[in-house]
Ligand binder design. Structure first.
Ligand code: M6R
Length: 615
């Protein structure tokens, strides 16, 4: 949510920052802006996309070897030129870009106005610029110190990059609750909200910790201190990322590319962790869990935390854990968890699921679970992200960068990682016989190929999407492990095509929602073969009797929907426990094609951002 980019060195900062902003546009795209330092600070900002900013800047002075840039997802104040970042003081002496939310912005604004500061936007961020100026006026010993002291007055979350005319060769950056990475080059530094835009320039990075402030000049990191003024030593890490991973590779949209990457992504998630030696039992090697094995294998309860798609993955994870380990498991919305004064025991193991690893609600929930004595695992995609660093242990999903706002490969790799952890716990607890354990892991190993098989049915799903026409509502149904898949299918459709869609457990329909069904209502039923298959066939009959238009996702060769459904999409036969890996794929493709055929901006749907780093 909001992307920050900064450059300080010998090159012209503008192209470096502009390219970085393009890479970070998935984080927000309401407006964009740049501040460049050359003979004072020059701010250029515009409502709209980074491309709108680029057009706006054409012909203007973009000289300068120091600069900061921002792509915004609005929190305080509507998307507009005035509310776009960077925010500068009225004399233009200080400029700031910010990602996060300042909770005491109104109080600070009144205080600063009483001190004569004039505001030109409705944002919370602008108070930071004025507060820094206030500290500069109070004669801090350096610009760094002004920023540090200003940050002490803020309540909330932030990652910031700031410039001041007082020290033309310095950029000050800070982080608390929102991500910020510093790339270390030769005589130059890069700053960004995630490591990808940096990776094309350098593989050496410093991940700022919460509450740290750093001063950068072209010749080095001058200092890192906590906002309380304790000295810190920068820890330089090597990253293994390639910027090429951020290209569309001939696909029309990132979402489409990412749907098709799933066989490979799931394989990468299993790689090195699951091996099946010839004629021997499968072996699990989950090094990421080593530090917490004792707690993990004796846990009395598993609690899954996540938001959106990651919460849906948690619902499936819960089922994996209960089925395989027989340990009671629950799932919580991370955004609700900490407001419920939750009961947490030191025998609980929490599993925080997050693609970005930066979701503010998930992070806050994990912190609370830790404070109350639980062991916390992280299952996330972005290496070095806050969830990864906050967790006691965990697994990366290794899905590769996910740019499309709608999560696809994040979901299938999250459930793959959760299955691995559940299977390892079951193995250690002797909860499964060796035969069943072997069968399950063999099946898991074959999943990427089967996902590829479903992707081969793309044309058929596109045809169905064409027939969706101008439908404004849809219902998604599933039972048991297919219910979270129905929820995920409905979320995909609504977030990218703006078609109102609801997911329900199929048997709940007759308790109310069936009143919605008429001849115009598409009802997507997720019904792979399984223990209670005949029950969902009956639920489908109930829909059909009300003239609903059924699209059924069924196992290969299952004819039970032939006379009930308008359209049937087959997925390969597999143990029902693994069916979400396969049944979710047609739902992702359906949502994708409905949105694409309606001309929606698939990768950047309205009102959304990829990573929600505010509460
Ligand atoms: O990065 P996270 O997995 O923590 O993000 C959680 C949700 O914001 C995310 O899954 C969101 O619901 C997606 N847009 C769904 O496609």
């Amino acid at each position: 949510m909001c992307g920050i980019v900064g450059y300080i060195g010998k090159k012209n900062a503008y192209p470096v920052i502009l390219t970085g902003l393009r890479h970070l546009e998935y984080r927000g795209y309401d407006s964009a802006g740049i501040a460049l330092f050359s003979d004072g600070i020059k701010v250029h900002k515009k409502k709209g996309r980074v491309s709108d900013l680029e057009k706006f800047i054409e012909g203007k002075d973009v000289s300068g070897t120091i600069g900061i840039g921002h792509t915004r997802w609005a929190t305080h104040g509507e998307p507009s030129d005035a509310n776009a970042h960077p925010h500068a003081t009225e004399n233009g002496d200080v400029a700031v870009v910010h990602n996060g939310i300042i909770e005491n912005a109104l109080t600070l604004r009144s205080f600063l106005q009483s001190r004569g500061h004039v505001f030109s936007s409705e944002t919370d961020t602008e108070v930071i610029a004025h507060l820094i100026e206030e500290m500069e006026n109070e004669k801090s010993k350096s610009f760094f110190d002004s920023v540090r002291r200003a940050l002490n007055r803020l309540v909330g979350a932030y990652a910031i990059a700031a410039l001041s005319v007082r020290e033309p060769g310095t950029m000050v950056v800070a982080k608390k609750g929102s991500p910020l990475v510093i790339g270390v080059g030769e005589g130059e530094f890069f700053v960004a909200s995630d490591a990808y835009p940096i990776s094309e320039h350098t593989k050496k990075v410093v991940y700022l910790e919460d509450g740290e402030v750093a001063a950068l000049t072209a010749s080095g990191i001058v200092e890192i201190r906590t906002i309380e003024n304790e000295k810190r030593t920068p820890r330089v890490k090597k990253i293994d990322l390639e910027i090429e991973a951020l290209e569309k590779d001939g696909f029309d949209h990132f979402m489409q590319k990412e749907i098709f990457e799933q066989p490979c992504a799931v394989r990468d998630c299993l790689r090195g962790r699951l091996s099946v030696p010839p004629k021997k039992a499968p072996v699990l090697n989950l090094g990421g869990l080593r530090d917490v094995e004792e707690k993990l294998f004796s846990a009395e309860r598993f609690v899954f935390l996540g938001c959106g798609t990651s919460w849906h993955a948690g619902l499936i994870g819960r089922r994996f854990f209960e089925t395989l380990t027989r340990v009671p498991s629950i799932v919580q919305y991370a955004s609700e968890f900490r407001y419920e004064d939750p009961l947490v025991r030191d025998t609980d193991v929490f599993v925080a699921v997050s693609q970005s690893g930066e979701t503010a609600d998930t992070l806050a929930a994990m912190k609370l679970a830790k404070e109350r004595g639980a062991t916390v695992l992280g299952v996330c995609n972005v290496v070095g992200s806050s969830v990864a660093r906050e967790a006691h242990a965990g697994l990366y999903t290794h899905a590769g960068p996910e740019i499309g706002v709608a999560s696809t490969k994040a979901f299938t790799t999250q459930i793959a990682a959760l299955f691995l952890i559940a299977a390892r716990c079951a193995e250690k607890r002797n909860a499964l016989g060796p035969r069943r354990f072997g069968e399950l892991l063999e099946t898991l190993r074959g999943i990427p190929e089967k996902i590829g098989d479903v992707l081969g049915r793309e044309e058929r799903i596109r045809d169905i999407a064409e027939r969706f026409g101008e439908t404004k509502n849809a219902v998604y149904l599933g039972r048991g492990i297919s219910f979270p898949v129905a929820l995920e299918g409905a979320l995909k459709l609504k977030e990218i095509s703006y078609v109102h869609a609801e997911g329900y457990p199929a048997a709940e329909m007759k308790h109310g929602p069936i009143a919605l069904v008429d001849e115009n209502m598409p009802v997507v039923i997720v019904a792979p073969r399984g223990e209670h298959h005949e029950k969902i066939v009956s639920n489908a009959e109930e829909i059909r009797a009300r003239k609903g238009k059924i699209i059924a996702v069924v196992s290969e060769g299952d004819a039970s929907f032939d006379s009930i459904a308008e359209d049937v999409i087959e997925i390969p036969e597999c143990d029902e426990l693994f069916s979400p890996f396969l049944s979710v794929i047609p739902l992702q493709l359906l949502a994708y094609y409905v949105a694409a055929l309606r001309g929606c901006d698939v990768d950047r749907p309205r009102n959304l951002a990829k990573s929600v780093t505010v509460e």
